[in-house]
Each structure stands twice: as C-alpha cells, then as structure tokens.
Design a protein around this ligand. Structure first.
Ligand SMILES: *Cc1c(COP(=O)(O)O)cnc(C)c1O
Length: 254
C-alpha cells in the first residue's frame, strides 16, 4: 500500500472508532485534509484516493495549488488567520472559511464574494479557552458576531471552529470541545442555525469526535511533519517525493 493510502486509511479508522465509541454515525464527521506546506502533487494523490476537502492557511500558497488542481473538483477551506487585504482573494477562491473572528472581515468577505457563486460557508473561530493573544472571538462575544454575520447576504453561517489549548490530557481536550459544543447549542437556542463544529486535529481528533465534531482538520497525521516541525519543508517534500515515486514504481494508482 502507498503512503497516502496508509495514512488516509489510518485517519479514517481513527474517526470511525471514535464515532463508534461515542455512538455517532461516522458519516457525520467529515475529514478536512490540512494541506498547508504540502505540494500540489501530494494533494492530487490524496484526491485520487477520494479525499475531497482540503484546508489551507496561507492565501498565496493556496491560490497556486487551487489553480494547479482545478481539473479536480475539490472543496477548498480557508482555516488560517485572515489579513484584511486578503479577504477578496479568499472570497473568490474558497468554498468555506473557518476562521472568521471579527465583523469587519465578515463584511469584506460578503462584499467580495462573486455573485455567480453560492454563498460562502463560514464558521466563527472562537478562542474557547480564553488564551491571551490567540485568534478567535471570546466566547462571550460570539453571539453578537453570529448575529452580525447572519445579516450578511453572501455568507452562509455554518458553525463554530476552535483550536483549544494544546494538551495531551484527554479529559482536558474533551472539556474544551464540550465548551464549544455547548456554545453552539446555546446560540442555536437563541435562534441561530449552526450545523457545524469544526474541531479536532491530528493530536486530539478522538476527543473532538466524542464531543460532536463535524469537521476534523488533520494535517500531520496525513502528510507528516511540516516546516517548523522536526522534518521541515525539505523533509516533507523528500518524504512526499519518495511516496510518489514508490506509487509510480508500484503502478498503484487507481
Ligand atoms: C495546521 C492546522 C491544523 C492541522 O494540524 P495538525 O496537528 O497538523 O493535524 C488544523 N487546524 C488549523 C487551523 C491549522 O492551522
């Protein structure tokens, strides 16, 4: 089996087991493959295995890959910090934005969404553990932002996203994800229609699935370590080139 087949199957298996343990239907949990710093060829390999949803954090890097892969019908999610001068590029080229955390950004995304495209799906990013300096709206300000986004014509508000405080403690992981779920439920009781919780990454996806995640955003467990991680970009590319040439030699493409 090729590298991508192995890692994709392993991640799908983790999701399926966590869903089963939680008594949830695994079809309620979509896998968002986080492909930041991953070359287009590697995304193509995963797409050929049936993966449709990809997440990117850096606009320019993402646009190059979106163009290179436009022959595939992929769903592109923007999950990174949003600079004001990048809102139009995001609104034109992505299907989802998970990281909306202020009204001005939401307004600009709505104003620059091309009218011939469907409304842009958005999630509000919440700083669920109240960490200083972290992206995301404070939980107590989420309701006002949700209400403001609800008034924007070209956005479709889908749910909440969070990156909790990093911890390897399963109970703490669950507590943060439960807090996001409870915030979503509270907003829905107040009249919102949020059907999506975007939560869980390579290290904590089981806890997120247990607490109701609808998208888990997984990078490292699919593609290996990134820049800044021990292998670095060169390492990741080398691993990928090995994987790709292995596939070619084994004639193992679908
Ligand atoms: C990079 C990133 C991920 C993926 O993290 P891994 O630990 O590599 O799975 C998920 N969500 C966001 C917002 C990210 O920036």
């Amino acid at each position: 089996m090729t590298t991508v087949k192995c890692t994709l199957q392993a991640v799908r298996q983790r999701i399926a087991e966590a869903a089963a343990a939680a008594g949830r239907d695994a079809s309620q949990v979509a896998l968002l493959a986080v492909s930041k710093s991953v070359p287009a060829a590697a995304i193509r390999e995963l797409a050929l295995q049936g993966q449709t949803d990809f997440g990117e954090s850096y606009v320019q890097e993402a646009l190059d890959k979106i163009v290179a892969l436009q022959d595939l019908s992929l769903v592109w999610h923007f999950i990174g910090p949003i600079q004001r001068n990048k809102t139009a590029a995001i609104a034109r080229n992505f299907d989802w934005v998970h990281s909306v955390d202020r009204q001005l950004v939401a307004e600009r995304l709505s104003a620059t969404r091309p009218l011939e495209r469907e409304a842009l799906n958005v999630c509000v990013q919440v700083n669920i553990d109240g960490e200083p300096g972290k992206q995301g709206v404070a939980p107590q300000h989420a309701a006002a932002l949700v209400e403001a986004i609800g008034r924007l014509p070209n956005l479709r508000l889908r749910g909440l996203m969070a990156i909790p405080r990093a911890t390897s403690d399963f109970g703490e992981q669950r507590a943060s994800f439960a807090a996001l779920r409870q915030l979503r439920d509270m907003l829905n009781r107040a009249g919102a229609h949020l059907d999506t919780l975007s939560m869980g990454m390579s290290g904590d996806l089981e806890a997120a699935v247990m607490e109701g995640a609808n998208f888990v955003r997984v990078g490292t467990a699919l593609f290996g370590a990134r820049a800044g991680n021990p292998l670095g970009v060169a390492g990741v590319n080398a691993v990928w080139e090995m994987g790709l040439s292995q596939n070619v030699h084994q004639g193992d493409r679908p």
